[in-house]
Design a protein around this ligand. Structure first.
Ligand code: PMP
Length: 391
């Protein structure tokens, strides 16, 4: 009993700090306008960048796959859980990413755990950006490798750490492609140059760059024209792709190694056929036209400019992730609650996810927001921003 009491006390502390968040329950799918408590609310917190959760061809592919293969895969990939639809998805993804091979995992989170957890040993060193995602941090924790953190995007510090790391067998530099809390882009060309100078591998997590950056959303490697120079590209199928899952785009050798060593891959049942088929259809839709990614970027650039013109601090955002910096945790959560009352879902993000005085609401623009949607959002944000003295 004593242990449970302690958990309850920790929850009380979170409440006192304004950091306790009950789950919001939505009464509709993850489209642009969603229903909560019987009200319609403009969705500006979803990672559904291209509206694929609701795309007719993608939904139909899922339905057809259930008819053809059934509801579940029935096994882990290494026993009987590799169906032809999984293989097709990996082949299509490898073509899309322009890499030799792709291996699909159950989520982006388990991809980082599986890849980092199996490629790094005690004779290796991993050097990681301070603002990398939790799944990278946890993946590194699973290894016996030495680890160093460089200040966010600080290339001088990265170089100093690489210089000092010559005694290790493998050196791996890990970065998010797009940082999920600030929406800024990693300096991948500089990272690649340093890695080449000091004989290190480059590992990029493109969770928020896949479907967003590069030609037709091919990711940060394509955006910077670095094909062949980034050794490991992780992506997720749960954000722009609109379904669920993760993948690593890499060499055939690394794929074969991971099939034998990556524990989340080896010991967890593979994606249901409907999931694999929907992801495959999404990649095909992406490959056919740049209409949606163009629309995403037009929306992003015009909305961010409108917020800045009103006087909001949007931090260092360069992508559809646009934070509005509010300040302390309590004000940030109040700001987010007021926006919801006025019809906008904008997630509040506070310490310890971000610095204590840098609490923010994080707005995510999608290709599916109409001009009217974004004008509505701008009007509401201006009104509530004035109430809070932010503009
Ligand atoms: N990496 C980054 C940078 C992310 O933002 C996320 C999602 N929050 C993940 C990995 C995990 O992806 P998934 O949701 O597919 O597990």
């Amino acid at each position: 009993m004593a242990n449970w009491d302690q958990l309850g006390q920790e929850l009380e502390q979170l409440k006192e700090q304004g950091r306790y968040r009950p789950l919001s329950v939505w009464q509709s799918g993850s489209g642009t306008w969603m229903k909560i408590g019987g009200r319609r609310v403009l969705q500006m917190s979803s990672n559904n960048y291209l509206g694929f959760t609701d795309h007719p061809a993608i939904k139909q592919a899922a339905i057809d796959a259930i008819e053809q293969y059934g509801a579940g895969s029935g096994s882990v990939r290494t026993i009987t859980g590799t169906l032809s639809i999984h293989e097709q998805l990996e082949l299509e993804l490898a073509k899309f990413k322009q890499t030799e091979a792709v291996l699909v995992f159950q989520s982006g989170f388990t991809t980082n755990q599986g890849v980092l957890g199996s490629i790094l040993g005690e004779k290796d060193i991993v050097i990681s950006d301070a603002l990398n995602h939790a799944s990278i941090i946890d993946g590194i924790r699973l290894t016996r490798a030495a680890r160093e953190i460089y200040a966010h995007k600080d290339m001088d510090q990265l170089e100093a750490l690489l210089k000092r790391s010559s005694g290790y067998e493998k050196r791996v530099v890990v970065t998010d492609g797009v940082f999920s809390m600030d929406g800024d882009i990693a300096p991948l060309p500089a990272i690649v140059e340093l890695a080449e100078k000091y004989d290190a591998f480059v590992y990029v997590d493109d969770a928020h760059a896949s479907g967003v950056l590069g030609k037709n959303g091919k990711g940060s490697t394509d955006h910077f024209g670095l094909h062949g120079r980034v050794h490991i590209q992780v992506g997720t199928l749960s954000k722009a792709i609109g379904v669920v899952g993760g993948y690593v785009a890499c060499s055939q050798v690394l794929k074969d190694y991971l099939i034998h060593k990556a524990r989340p891959f080896l010991f967890s049942t593979s994606a249901p056929p409907a999931v694999a088929a929907a992801c495959l259809a999404a990649i095909q839709v992406l490959g056919q036209s740049s209409e949606l990614t163009d629309r995403l970027w037009n929306n992003t650039n015009s909305f961010r400019a409108a917020l800045q013109a009103i006087g909001f601090d949007t931090g260092v955002s360069e992508t559809p992730i646009i934070p509005i910096i509010v300040g302390d945790a309590a004000s940030t959560m109040k700001f987010s609650d007021r926006l919801l009352e006025e019809g906008i879902c904008a997630q509040g993000i506070v310490y310890p996810t971000v610095a204590a005085d840098k609490g923010r609401v994080r707005l995510i623009v999608t290709a599916k927001h109409t001009d009217e949607d974004l004008q509505f959002a701008t009007r509401v944000l201006q009104k509530v921003g004035q109430e809070f003295g932010l503009v």
